[in-house]
Design a protein around this ligand. Structure first.
Ligand code: NAD
Length: 502
């Protein structure tokens, strides 16, 4: 057994002392799959780590039954009682935050300090939505008849959530918390590459008092587990976080059952720097925007649009900073950038750097050399990029920024919008009027002025265009996780009898 496999199993056994392998968490039990073996790898060394068996359709069947039972119990509680359980879940997560962070780092290759931050954010998500549990309700509508007409906000029932590998525990909390706050049960299918931290959150929900089977975490592949779940009659809604290609396949499968979907997909966000900006701060933030999480972030500032009068100076500042970033062992407290999560993604990132150079971009920082051990990519700044190049059009999902010059405000907006994506964007300028003009005209679900990557559970998040539809976070997520029922109550002494609409 490799060192990573030993450590990962030990970190998992902290939560499940009798576990011999990773399994699915269903109806309050850890269940080993019976399907094909899924081999995990240590991103920091490239060596084999643990392997576990796919849960397949069998685990979906068990989880669907457990979820239906649990959802009835959960919805029978008062709204306030559900909120109290959610505050308990947050407390459990805080108590275990360090153990969750270590498990996440070992399982995903993310730097431990990022994992600590994300575990803390997951606790906040349960608190935030726990607060909403008894504060999101229907309305009384002033109709022109003798009726009392009111609306109820009811849960969808059992929701399926399918998540990617780049921020596993964060994405789990992000979707599970609003879903259960609104009275739903959950089937969560995390990426087959990073299942462990989500399994722990499912277990902690029950440790905190949620009914067994309220949050089921299904370990296995998209084609086996996720597709079986989409086809299962218990599932009433699908929330997907991942790539546009997979999102389209999921929406297609869901459409066959007329299942509503939320799709949180990729991005190719423009970080626009005008010559009048605070260049020092903009350069530091531009590095964080693309290099944090090794660029494996849907909102990464992957296109750096810089006004031509400061282009050379600014790109040099970002490149100089990139060279100083500490890349290395994910478990080292000082590591700022860890490896790419998996070999396939690593090969994709390296091939995109090669394509950029072949198309005429120059490497202001970074290298085309392959890493000797592990999936490490040096923070890379590609200079002299045009928006037509593949590196400016395709999502790289790695620590690679494409720096593109522009001359005027109109040109910056045109380049920013010349993309199929629309997840995020930013503008850096000291001209207040311009900052609002640009914010209004860039097609993106999230936009920052003189900043980047501030996100919060209270603020809505989602995409335009190929970046998806529906919203997560904030109050808007509560609409996604409920459906509206309009109830008409006749109040007249001698009501007219309707033949047709009243
Ligand atoms: P992916 O689309 O390959 O996989 C995501 C999930 O879908 C995994 O759980 C996977 O098992 C499942 N899946 C794969 N094929 C499937 C199929 N045919 N049917 C059903 N399920 C299937 O994405 P990834 O490579 O894991 O993650 C990277 C992508 O996620 C990037 O595009 C990134 O931008 C995006 N992302 C978006 C957001 C957002 O909020 N917009 C957040 C994080 C990541």
């Amino acid at each position: 057994m490799s060192k990573n496999a030993e450590n990962l199993l030990a970190a998992f056994q902290h939560f499940f002392p009798n576990a011999k392998a990773i399994g699915s968490y269903v109806g309050g039990e850890l269940i080993e799959g019976a399907g094909e073996a899924i081999q995990l790898f240590d991103a920091a060394t490239g060596e084999e780590s643990l392997s576990y068996k796919d849960g397949g359709a069998a685990v979906v069947e068990q989880a669907a039954a457990a979820a239906e039972r649990a959802q009835k119990q959960w919805w029978a509680l008062t709204h306030a009682a559900r909120g109290r359980v959610m505050f308990e879940i947050a407390r459990e997560i805080r108590k275990e935050a360090e153990n969750i962070a270590r498990l996440e780092s070992l399982g995903s290759g993310k730097p431990i300090r990022d994992c600590r931050g994300e575990a803390a954010k997951v606790a906040e998500m349960f608190e935030y939505y726990g607060g909403w549990a008894d504060k999101f309700y229907g309305e009384v509508i002033p109709v022109p008849t003798s009726h009392l007409n009111y609306t109820r906000r009811e849960p969808a029932g059992t929701v399926l959530q399918i998540t990617p590998w780049n921020a596993p525990v964060f994405t789990c909390g992000w979707q599970v918390a609003p879903a259960i706050a609104m009275g739903n049960a959950v089937l969560l299918k995390p990426s087959e590459l990073t299942p462990t931290s989500s399994i722990i959150i499912g277990m902690l929900c029950e440790r905190a008092g949620a009914p067994r089977g309220l949050v089921n975490v299904l370990a296995g592949l998209g084609l086996t587990v996720a597709q079986s779940a989409i086809a299962h009659k218990a599932v009433k809604k699908v929330v997907f976080v991942g790539s546009p290609a997979t999102g389209a396949r999921i929406a297609e499968a869901a459409a066959k059952r007329v299942l509503p979907c939320v799709l949180e997909l990729g991005g190719k966000s423009a970080n626009i720097i005008f010559g009048d900006a605070d260049l020092k701060r903009a350069a530091l933030t531009a590095q964080a925007a693309i290099f944090a999480g090794a660029g494996q972030s849907c909102v990464a500032g992957s296109r750096l649009l810089v006004q031509r009068n400061v282009y050379d100076e600014f790109v040099s500042m970002v490149a100089a900073g990139a060279k100083k970033i500490k890349v290395g062992d994910p478990l080292d407290d000082k590591t700022e950038v860890g490896p790419i999560n998996n070999r396939r993604q690593y090969e994709h990132v390296m091939s995109m750097i090669d394509k950029g150079v072949a198309a005429g971009a120059t490497l202001a920082s970074g290298s085309q050399e392959r890493s000797i051990a592990g999936y490490f990519v040096s923070p890379t700044v590609l200079a002299g990029v045009t928006n037509e190049m593949e590196v400016a059009r395709e999502e790289i999902f790695g620590p690679v920024v494409a720096a593109i010059p522009f001359d005027t405000e109109d040109e910056a907006i045109a380049i920013a919008n010349d993309t199929d994506f629309g997840l995020a964007g930013a503008v850096w300028t000291t001209d207040v009027g311009r900052s609002h003009r640009v914010a209004a005209q860039v097609n993106a679900g999230t936009f920052w002025v003189n900043g980047y990557k501030t996100i919060n559970v209270a603020s809505p998040f989602g995409g335009y265009g190929l970046s998806g539809y529906g919203r997560s976070s904030g109050v808007e997520a509560l609409y996604e996780y409920t459906q509206t029922k309009s109830v008409w109550v006749e109040t007249a002494k001698e009501p007219p009898t309707a033949f047709g609409y009243l």
